[in-house]
Design a protein around this ligand. Structure first.
Ligand code: 5GP
Ligand code: ZN
Length: 135
C-alpha cells in the first residue's frame, strides 16, 4: 500500500526525482539529502510501512540482504573504511520520516561525523530486571 501524503512513497515510486543508486521491484536506494558522511544512502521499500514495528517479515529480510549488497558495492565505489547501518523507529529514537528506511552511512578514518552514543553502565539491578521480564 502507498500513502499519498508520504514523501518517501513518492520518491520510491519515482514520482519525485532522487539520486538513485539502485532500484528493483521492491526497493529504491537513494542518496540522503542531509548526509552524515559522503555517500550516506537510504534504502526505501516501495510499499509504505511506518517502521520496523509495522514492516512485514519478508520485506524486512530482503532489506537487510540489500543492505549487505549495497555496503559491499559502495565500499568499493567510495573507498570508505567501514559502514554504519542504522534504522530509527519512532520519534524517541530519532525517526523523522515515518516510512521505513535503513541508513547506510559510510565511515572514513577520522571522519568526525559525530555518529555514536554515550555509553553508560549495565548495573545488576537493571540487568536482573530485564532478564526477569523477558522470561
Ligand atoms: P530518520 O531521521 O527518519 O531516520 O531519517 C530521515 C532521513 O531522510 C534524514 O537523514 C534526512 O536527511 C533524509 N531525508 C528527508 N527528506 C528527504 C528527501 O526528500 N530526500 C532525500 N534524499 N533524503 C531525505
Ligand atoms: Zn511511505
Amino acid at each position: 500500500m502507498k500513502d499519498n501524503n508520504c514523501i518517501f512513497c513518492k520518491i520510491a515510486a519515482g514520482e519525485i526525482p532522487s539520486a538513485t543508486l539502485y532500484e528493483d521491484d521492491d526497493f529504491r536506494v537513494i542518496l540522503d539529502q542531509g548526509p552524515a558522511t559522503k555517500g550516506h544512502a537510504l534504502i526505501l521499500p516501495k510499499e509504505h510501512y511506518r517502521n520496523l514495528y509495522d514492516i512485514d517479515e519478508e520485506t524486512a529480510a530482503k532489506a537487510f540482504l540489500l543492505a549487505k549488497k549495497m555496503v559491499k558495492k559502495m565500499t568499493d565505489v567510495l573507498g570508505c573504511d567501514g559502514y554504519n547501518v542504522v534504522q530509527n523507529n519512532e520519534e524517541a529514537a530519532g525517526q523523522t520520516v515515518f516510512h521505513f528506511h535503513m541508513h547506510l552511512i559510510p565511515r572514513y578514518k577520522d571522519d568526525n561525523s559525530g555518529f555514536g552514543w554515550n555509553t553508560g553502565e549495565l548495573t545488576d539491578e537493571v540487568k536482573n530486571e530485564i532478564l526477569e521480564k523477558i522470561k
